[in-house]
Design a protein around this ligand. Structure first.
Ligand code: PGH
Ligand code: CA
Ligand code: ZN
Length: 306
């Protein structure tokens, strides 16, 4: 199967009331785990590469690894740049074979975010590649409405932003954040805000970043075998299932894969200290990631949709 863009995937996801899982990739084991899980669950997939991952593994390796994976499967797969931070990076990814890019200029003031996003859209659309953009800030906030208002996506601005940039999907801030420590107080997502955005932009695909659940059982494995991850907080699974049924068409997961991989490696090291064959710990790590991805695609409703 050749790589596909995200337009068709999102259209089907929107209409079908589910979301596509987008999983971060930076080495062969993660890639195999994700693609094998998607294939077994008959799920469309978005493989995403961050600027950091691209620097770590190098674009040529990642592209060729993904192309190799495509020879082993018949599910639709998109290769997406996660949090692109410049026009040049988006350009290099499109030219190198990515089928989707994100430009994240959300840290800039509104007009600058619009200008940079539009510049990327103009370039990539000429090549048939869709663009995800971001409006609002993904930071762990306190429960106070004032604190939220400063960082959450403003629904009216979202409409203006999409109109002015022509971006194909929009990452919004409604309470999620990156990493293993997402909430200070009670875990809540601003569903009324999501609903408002969905009503103002009918049929338009919304993206949820920072959507790892940080499952207690995975964290416990890490901590049991020498890790130090006290007091982690993720997004409750029922929130993600609810968002997937709404305008959210893409749900990003990185942290849970990292924790699953690290826990499995720690366990293998602790249980077999005299072992020094990397396959003996990377193998179990790959299997642990695969099980997580299988759970995610079922939760998001994209299992069985390939
Ligand atoms: C994410 C991943 N990548 O862009 O948004 O978020 O840290 O919750 O996995 P997590
Ligand atoms: Ca949806
Ligand atoms: Zn993100």
């Amino acid at each position: 199967m050749p790589l596909v863009g995200t337009r068709e995937m999102f259209k089907k996801a929107y209409e079908g009331g589910y979301a596509i899982g987008a999983f971060n990739v930076n080495n062969m084991e993660l890639l195999q785990a994700i693609v094998d899980a998607g294939t077994e669950e008959r799920s469309p997939l978005i493989l995403q590469v961050s600027a950091g991952a691209r620097k770590y593994a190098r674009q040529e390796y990642l592209i060729h690894l993904v192309k190799a994976a495509m020879e082993t499967t018949d599910i639709p797969v998109a290769l997406h740049l996660d949090h692109g931070d410049s026009f040049e990076l988006c350009q290099a990814c499109v030219d190198g074979g990515f089928s989707s890019v994100m430009i994240d200029a959300s840290h800039f003031p509104f007009e600058e975010n619009v200008a940079l996003t539009k510049k990327v859209v103009d370039y990539t659309h000429a090549k048939g590649v869709p663009v995800e953009a971001e409006l609002g800030k993904l930071t762990s906030t306190s429960d106070e409405p004032g604190a939220r208002e400063a960082v959450y996506t403003d629904p009216d601005e979202a409409v203006k932003f999409v109109k002015q940039t022509g971006c194909d999907s929009l990452a919004i801030s409604i309470g999620t954040s990156h990493g293993a420590y997402k909430f200070k107080g009670e875990a809540t997502l601003d569903f009324p805000r999501l609903e408002k955005i969905q009503n103002l932009l009918p049929g338009y695909p919304i993206v949820l970043h920072g959507a790892s659940s940080v499952p207690a059982e995975l964290v416990e494995i890490c901590n049991k075998y020498g890790g130090k991850l006290p007091g982690t907080r993720g997004v409750p699974e029922e929130f993600l299932a609810r968002a997937a049924k709404m305008a959210v068409c893409k749900i990003n997961v990185d942290t849970d894969l990292r924790i699953a991989m690290t826990g499995a490696i720690r366990k293998a090291f602790a249980e077999n200290p005299s072992e020094f064959d990397p396959r003996k710990y990377l193998g179990p790590a790959r299997e642990a990631v695969k099980q997580v991805v299988k759970g995610k695609v079922k939760l998001f409703g994209c299992a069985g949709k390939a």
